[in-house]
Design a protein around this ligand. Structure first.
Ligand SMILES: Cc1cc2nc3c(=O)[nH]c(=O)nc-3n(C[C@H](O)[C@H](O)[C@H](O)COP(=O)(O)OP(=O)(O)OC[C@H]3O[C@@H](n4cnc5c(N)ncnc54)[C@H](O)[C@@H]3O)c2cc1C
Length: 378
């Protein structure tokens, strides 16, 4: 019976990076897809948003001290120099987001080149991990594998069509770990009947400020057939936990100065697409009169354009979510090694851990950084 030094479960971003940076030779990677890095391949419109120049724990949902410690070892500069040394010169979009120049393939090829010689068993579905006297027994659809150490790099629940499964949470739980309940994140939000007027605006995009929990996000919101989406909503979904969100449809503009001394109708003075303003006025039951002729009660209702509170019905679900929030509790993982504090030799990296980033390359950065910590420690 062969016992490997380290078995990595999952040939995604975290698993491949852990193997690439690991000095160990006696590795085995188990992957249930028939090819590696399914999410890297399709991410960022096929060009993968690898990381972000503005990296900070505040861009994540999770314990900021834990995240900081991981980034102290391997942050965006380390990642970019790792890629540069191997010939990848990313392009910067929107001022801070790093993408592959032509295709995600550039990044995947670098990771695969860096692990030449490391065996990957594809189409091998891991079903369970059991402790034994010398480490771990990994039960899979292709039989049992044995290792002294195991890295769980199986990601979250989003996009089952790309191989996502709950196995990482199941393994962690069976070995005594607490799982912060997983939820879809970076995902569109569905609406209650009172907000169905937004559905008629399908295809329209506006720059808004959304307040969700204690977070304020200024970015674009897209009205969709199923509800609301776009970068502002995806980020808001990360910090939203049922209950209300508030949307400012005119960020940076004060209503009083907008309507000062004008005889024109308030509707025509709002600097937003007419389609939107008309739908909002209808939803708020407002007349097409000048602001000065509105009653106090109508002015009050119009002020909702600056802080429109409503409770989304839910999310578009895991099949549309770019990430899964929640996961293995960071209270039970050492951030200096990413090793379990409960089971010696058990490591976690990537999205399976209770750390989730905003839109903009933060989730791959987390996957790579946490994997780098594992590689240093094993
Ligand atoms: C559509 C989409 C676009 C995205 N775009 C971006 C982006 O541009 N920038 C960004 O930062 N993030 C993006 N993300 C998020 C990012 O892809 C993930 O956060 C990241 O891939 C997590 O890396 P990981 O290694 O932890 O998990 P994954 O990359 O999901 O890898 C997990 C691996 O484990 C394997 N696995 C699962 N269960 C089993 C099992 N039972 N047995 C064996 N193997 C198993 C899976 O097949 C997979 O290969 C996007 C996500 C999606 C869905």
């Amino acid at each position: 019976m062969q016992r490997h030094e380290l078995i990595i479960i999952g040939a995604g971003a975290a698993g491949l990076m852990a193997a690439a940076l690991s000095a160990r030779k006696d590795l085995l990677i188990l992957e249930h897809n028939s090819y590696p890095a399914a999410k890297i391949k399709i991410s960022g419109g096929g060009r993968c948003n690898i990381t972000n120049a503005n990296l900070s724990p505040s861009c994540y949902l999770g314990d900021p001290c834990f995240i900081e410690k991981v980034f102290e070892y391997f942050d965006n500069r380390e990642l970019l120099s790792f890629l540069k040394e191997r010939g990848l010169e990313p392009v910067v979009k929107k001022g801070s987001q790093y993408f592959c120049k032509k295709s995600s393939r550039e990044l995947i090829d670098i990771l695969l080149d860096s692990i030449k010689g490391v065996p990957i068993r594809y189409e091998t579905e891991v079903q369970n991990v059991i402790r034994d006297d010398e480490g771990f027994c990994i039960v899979s659809s292709l039989g049992r594998f044995y290792a002294r150490k195991v890295l769980v790099a199986t990601g979250g629940l989003s996009f089952a069509s790309l191989g996502a499964s709950s196995i990482g949470f199941d393994i962690a739980e069976s070995l005594g770990h607490t799982i912060v309940p997983p939820r879809p994140a970076l995902v569109g939000l569905t609406l209650q009947p009172e907000q169905f007027w937004m559905k008629e605006l399908s295809g329209l995009s506006l720059t808004v400020q959304i307040s969700a929990g204690r977070r304020k996000i200024v970015s674009d919101m897209l009205f969709a057939h199923k509800g609301i989406s776009g970068p502002a909503v995806l980020d808001a979904s990360l910090f939203w936990n049922r209950g209300k969100i508030t949307v400012d449809f005119l960020p940076g503009i004060r209503l009083k100065s907008l309507f000062a001394n004008s005889k024109k109708s308030a509707l025509s003075q709002i600097p937003l697409p007419k389609r939107f303003v008309k739908a909002l006025f209808a939803a708020l039951n407002l007349p097409e009169t000048p602001y000065s002729r509105m009653s106090e009660e109508q002015k009050q209702r119009l002020s909702l354009i600056k802080s429109y509170p409503f409770a989304p019905a839910g999310t578009f679900g895991y099949s549309k979510a770019e990430a899964t929030k929640g996961g293995v509790s960071t209270d039970e993982i050492d951030p200096l090694t990413m090793q379990s504090r409960l089971a010696e030799g058990l490591y976690f990296a990537g999205e399976v851990v209770d750390v989730t980033g905003m839109v903009g390359g933060y989730n791959f950065q987390w996957a790579f950084s946490s994997a780098a910590v594992v590689a240093k420690s094993v």
